[in-house]
Design a protein. Structure first.
Length: 503
């Protein structure tokens, strides 16, 4: 058991709020150890966070403190260092491995702090290092990692084989949205009810903003995501009972009138530590084995958590602190003001405007708008990947450093040159037209490359391929697309058009 001394304080960061972070049987502190939580206002000065994100984090922390009662010392301070000094002086403190390089370096430099192993993930750091070392020259690919996690954790397995004989049902989960409908017609996701703590948080955020101490972007209220373990479990149950059934087939689809589709909206609860990933994937498997949901829905959900989420977490630490500065494509264009301000009026592209509006009002979109609209647009326009990463970090309620650095640098912006993914994730307007209903009312046409009706995504796609032709033509997954440039009779006009758009 770690943290044997019952008198040693254990420090809970604001994303370590579930019971598994204080369970001595799972590597936590002594059951009688006093707990410490520090609300440091300096965190909100570093970035201009989405107001809904700031509200959710503070609400979750204060709710957890209320649940823990007299066992916890809750300190409101200007900085973590100040709060730690006020709470315990120079006394020893334990803390679970933090979730960012900066926080890990900070606690590691404090002689009074003893760092315990990370919690909240299926795979330990040591286990991942062993797996990565065994890969050798094969490289680190998410699909290989996902299969290994399935095997080692006996998830959706039939002996040593995957159930139904297939590891990945991604092909079944790429159906476009049903035509002629505005929503999927599934029950709405769980929504919490605010209470006095939420009122207190909102009052504090209003005061900080009035005082000019902290600045926010986006809308706040009512709170749309769980702030307590009880709420998170209710959200998990509602997803399993009413939404997992239809999750798989249209996992990658978008509808203007249905922003959440059948998605779980559990990412913020997982990243706050309110849910443990094991309980999520295990419940999904139970639902499939009982015949309540199809395999493609259960497998798609398991893959998102046991595959992608775990992979991203470990690559963040495996690649190290320099990874965030990767810029293999030498993209340095600044993000426009309308994007920083989350202003949907900054673009006439209907898909982009709608997604920016959703981010402004909720601080959330599902993974396809993030990757194939927001991220793809930034990639095509050559925006600085470090600034794009920062934008995602500050704008999303589930955005943390460990989440956004690999997702944006590696996958969305291909800034690492292929260390994480085998190709850039970008497309022309045809993909958006096929996978959504955004293009119908748009002033641009997805099939048009040049002219007043030219889709920014279609023209941007070809412009990106031309700009990086020397690199992409040697990528086996990009060769055919690059060759398509030679068939474009209007390429010169397209390139001139995109130069003018950029200017």
């Amino acid at each position: 058991m770690t943290g044997k001394e019952s008198g040693t304080h254990h420090w809970l960061f604001g994303d370590q709020l579930g019971p598994h972070f204080v369970d001595p049987a799972r590597g936590g502190p002594h059951r009688d150890a006093p707990l410490l939580m520090i609300e440091a206002r300096s965190v909100f000065r570093r970035r201009r966070f989405h107001r809904a994100k700031a509200h959710l984090i503070l609400s979750a922390m204060r709710h957890r403190a209320a649940e823990l009662g007299d066992r916890v010392r809750y300190v409101k301070a200007d900085t973590y260092r100040q709060g730690l000094r006020e709470a315990v002086g120079e006394a020893e403190v334990t803390v679970h491995h933090p979730t960012s390089h900066a926080a890990r370096a900070f606690v590691g430099a404090l002689p009074s702090v003893r760092v315990l192993p990370a919690r909240g993930f299926l795979v330990t750091h040591d286990e991942f290092r062993t797996w990565a070392d065994d890969r050798g020259a094969k490289g680190l690919r998410q699909e290989d990692f996902y299969r290994w996690v399935r095997q080692t954790h006996d998830l959706l397995m039939d002996g040593d084989r995957p159930v139904d004989g297939r590891w990945n049902l991604d092909h079944d989960n790429r159906q476009p949205p049903p035509r002629g409908v505005t929503d999927l017609g599934v029950p709405a996701p769980y929504r919490p009810r605010e209470d006095d703590i939420d009122d207190e948080v909102r009052s504090d955020l209003d005061r900080w903003a009035r005082e000019g101490d902290v600045r926010f972007v986006g809308d706040d209220g009512p709170r749309g995501f769980p702030a307590t373990r009880r709420e998170a479990l209710a959200a998990l149950r509602r997803f399993m009972d009413h939404r997992l059934l239809t999750f798989g087939a249209h996992e990658d689809a978008m509808l203007s009138g249905d922003a959440t589709m059948s998605h779980s909206l559990l990412s913020s609860s997982l990243n706050l530590g309110l849910l443990d990933p094991a309980e999520c994937v295990e419940r999904a498997e139970v639902r499939w084995r009982s015949g309540d949901v199809p395999l493609n829905s259960a497998e798609g959900f398991v893959r998102q958590i046991a595959g992608w989420r775990e992979f991203v977490w470990h690559l963040y630490w495996h690649f190290g602190t320099r990874y965030r500065a990767s810029n293999a494509l030498s993209h340095h264009e600044p993000l426009p003001d309308w994007f920083w301000e989350l202003s949907p009026d900054g673009t006439e592209a209907n898909c982009l405007s709608r997604v920016v509006e959703q981010v402004r009002t909720t601080g959330w979109t599902h993974h396809i708008p993030r990757l194939m609209i927001l991220g793809s647009f930034a990639l095509q326009r050559g925006w600085d990947p470090r600034a794009v990463t920062d934008w995602f970090h500050r704008s999303f309620v589930d955005g943390y450093d460990w989440v956004m650095v690999p997702n944006v640098v590696g996958m969305s912006q291909y800034a690492d040159g292929g260390r994480m993914t085998t190709k850039p994730y970008t497309s022309g307007g045809a993909y958006i037209d096929r996978m959504s209903d955004h293009c119908g009312p748009c002033r641009y046409r997805p099939s048009v490359r040049v002219g007043d009706d030219a889709c920014p995504f279609t023209a941007g796609y070809w412009n990106l391929l031309h700009r990086h032709r020397d690199r992409f033509e040697h990528n086996a997954r990009m060769t055919q697309a690059v060759r398509g440039l030679d068939r474009l009779r209007d390429l010169d006009a397209l390139l001139e058009q995109e130069r003018e758009r950029r200017d």
